[in-house]
Design a protein around this ligand. Structure first.
Ligand SMILES: Nc1ncnc2c1ncn2[C@@H]1O[C@H](COP(=O)(O)OP(=O)(O)OP(=O)(O)O)[C@@H](O)[C@H]1O
Ligand SMILES: [Mg+2]
Length: 231
């Protein structure tokens, strides 16, 4: 089993579009590559909905002691989620339990050979970040933010966390922006890190894979080419 590139999709601020953009990137990358998606959001896993997975029972291969979890496979995408392997009580777990659950799902999933493993991070900057950066060690992170004072403040926090944990930030995707938004108002000193800007789009709200009518390749073209350039 080899995973060529591991990418964390992250933001300290909640609800800015991490899970949506993670699934769009997975969909675009999977056209020419083998992709895995690890939903590491114990408090609100969403990749099952984005990929239209109704059967959340995870298949366990007892003959494979090291990697018993069989991911859900949709086309070229292998998906596993903390939501599949944990019960409702996990939503009130403390940090150390959360950390070991993330490590376990990463290590014990039979991912096969992947070109890219995308990790859909929970909001925040806490234990999940430390575990992912120190135990999974992603090749880089992609940060998501909206253009609001509060989200930009949290974006700076996310940048600091990844810097402290020695994880490269590949770039920033601005999401949910409006045509008239003026970036200049937001005092963002990492403006040169912005890859793509996705506008508010009503059709994102109820969408699920294969994301018909959403041009994920075009919307995320700069992010996708930055990912390819990193190869
Ligand atoms: N560009 C967009 N236009 C319209 N709606 C969007 C856009 N991006 C995301 N959304 C919607 O915003 C909501 C939050 O998105 P999403 O769940 O992807 O964010 P998140 O950062 O993963 O949230 P959390 O921090 O809770 O994990 C969802 O209902 C999603 O459909
Ligand atoms: Mg999410």
């Amino acid at each position: 089993m080899t995973i060529k590139k591991t990418i964390a999709i992250a933001s300290a601020k909640g609800g800015v579009g991490k899970s949506t953009i993670c699934s769009f990137l997975a969909s675009s990358l999977s056209k020419n590559h083998k992709v895995g998606v690890l939903d590491a959001d114990v408090y609100g896993p969403n990749q099952d909905i984005l990929f239209g997975i109704n059967d959340k029972n995870i298949e366990i291969d007892k003959s494979n002691q090291d990697k018993p979890y069989q991911p859900k496979i949709i086309d070229n995408i292998s998906i596993n989620s903390l939501g599949f392997i944990l019960d409702q009580n996990a939503a009130i777990w403390r940090g150390p339990m959360l950390s070991s659950a993330i490590k376990q799902i990463y290590q014990q999933t039979n991912w096969g050979d992947l070109d890219y493993l995308l990790i859909d991070m929970p909001p925040g900057t806490g234990d999940a970040y430390i575990t992912v950066c120190q135990k999974i060690i992603p090749d880089f992170a992609i940060l998501i933010s909206t253009l609001s004072k509060l989200s930009i403040a949290d974006l700076k926090r996310s940048e600091d966390v990844f810097k402290n944990l020695n994880t490269e930030v590949l770039g920033i995707v601005l999401n949910n922006i409006h045509q008239n938004d003026n970036l200049g108002n937001f005092n963002l000193d990492t403006e040169n890190m912005i890859l793509d800007r996705l506008e508010f789009n009503k059709s994102f709200i109820d969408t699920s894979y294969p994301f018909k009518n959403i041009e994920t390749d075009i919307s995320l073209s700069k992010t996708l080419s930055a990912i390819h350039k990193h190869d």
